[in-house]
Design a protein around this ligand. Structure first.
Ligand code: SAH
Length: 339
């Protein structure tokens, strides 16, 4: 077991079960996440025997950072896992802080037609520690704190739900990485039962939904998950989520030329989500060599934006990072592995 898998509460249980003191959990958290020790024997306020036990029970290793591509306001990190698989994370430097987009799985089973990550089937879920240490390694490289986290890299986070929730608890904990829940966002393609479950999760983490189409016919074509959870199930689940949490959701909408970017689509989108407390984030599609989709023209993106705005939706166009360094969505890993 890797030590970065454990929430503070789980560590407390560990210490109690070893006839030791519960408060060691807080101390160890601060050694791991504030002082950033690389060996358990650097700890000075826990008894030697207990440290030896910890060193027998846990691994303290982090991921292997194998490649970094750097641009002015964006860095792309490629990590190698112990089984030889690769995952990526992206750091975006905003004026409000450093935001990191992390991966949640190796590969992805959702099969969205436009997405590079989905070209490779899911190999496995990432363990909690593999998500946590993406952030630790990036902070180390950056020599600064990460202030915002988005789970929008490779994988479907709600298909790795339990590990994801432990990841949130660790990075949000004041003795952990102390990243405010409102600075954390998870994005899902729309796994309805998990959305409902997530509405009970006590941390106020932002929810984003990859919508990408305003009707079932189109959404079925580009996002196979829509056959399992069509809009008539997704929308009521989101309404329920909004009612229970009293928060706002974000809809992501990739602009694909000639497919989902018409004026009619914009009007349908207004009808579909206009009554919800939401933001719409229009995403200029990042073209890849391997897939036939094209990005919408800037003119069409603006027309689409205007239609939503006129109908009083909260809409923004996503600022683009990293198209030069293949930062988008699974591209670095697929270059590395040439698939
Ligand atoms: N599986 C989750 C999170 C990972 S995908 C989800 O579906 O939300 C994160 C976001 O990137 C999704 O909105 C996805 O549709 C989008 N995306 C995938 N490929 C893209 C590309 N080439 N250009 C722009 N956005 C892309």
């Amino acid at each position: 077991m890797n030590i970065y898998n454990l929430t503070r509460e789980e560590l407390e249980e560990y210490f109690i079960s070893h006839d030791s003191k519960k408060f060691h959990a807080n101390q160890l958290f601060s050694w791991l996440y504030e002082k950033r020790i690389s060996s358990i024997f650097e700890v000075t306020d826990i008894k030697k025997e207990m440290l030896e036990q910890l060193s027998l029970d846990f691994s303290f290793s982090k991921l292997d950072l194998v490649q970094v591509e750097r641009d002015i306001d964006v860095c792309k990190y490629l990590f190698e896992l112990s089984d030889g698989e690769h995952i990526e994370a992206v750091l975006m430097k905003h004026d409000y802080g450093n935001s990191v987009c992390i991966s949640s799985q190796v590969g992805c089973n959702m099969g969205c037609k436009f997405c590079e990550s989905g070209r490779r089937k899911k190999v496995r879920n990432l363990e909690t520690w593999e998500m946590v240490t993406q952030l630790l390694m990036i902070e180390e490289d950056l020599k600064a704190r990460v202030s915002h986290v988005v789970v929008m890299g490779i994988g479907e986070p709600f298909d790795n739900y339990d590990n994801l929730l432990r990841f949130f608890q660790i990075i949000n904990h004041p003795k952990g990485l102390a990243i405010g829940a409102r600075h954390i966002t998870v994005s899902t393609c729309g796994i309805v039962p998990k959305i409902l479950e997530f509405s009970h999760f006590p941390l106020q983490i932002n929810l984003a939904i990859s919508l990408h189409a305003p009707n079932d016919k189109l959404r079925n074509q580009i996002m196979p998950i829509n056959r399992a959870y069509p809009l008539k199930e997704l929308l009521p689940a989101l309404e329920e989520y909004l009612k229970r949490t009293n928060r706002r959701i974000t809809f992501e909408y990739i602009m694909l030329a000639g497919i989902n970017d018409t004026d009619e689509c914009a009007k349908e989108l207004v009808k579909l989500v206009g009554h919800l407390n939401c933001y719409i984030n229009l995403i200029p599609y990042n073209e890849t060599n391997n897939l036939e989709f094209k990005r919408s023209s800037t003119v069409q993106i603006m027309r689409f934006y205007d239609i939503l705005k006129k109908n009083r939706l909260n809409v923004t166009i996503r600022r683009e990072f990293g198209s030069k360094i293949s930062a988008a969505c699974g591209q670095l890993r697929s270059k590395k592995e040439e698939i």
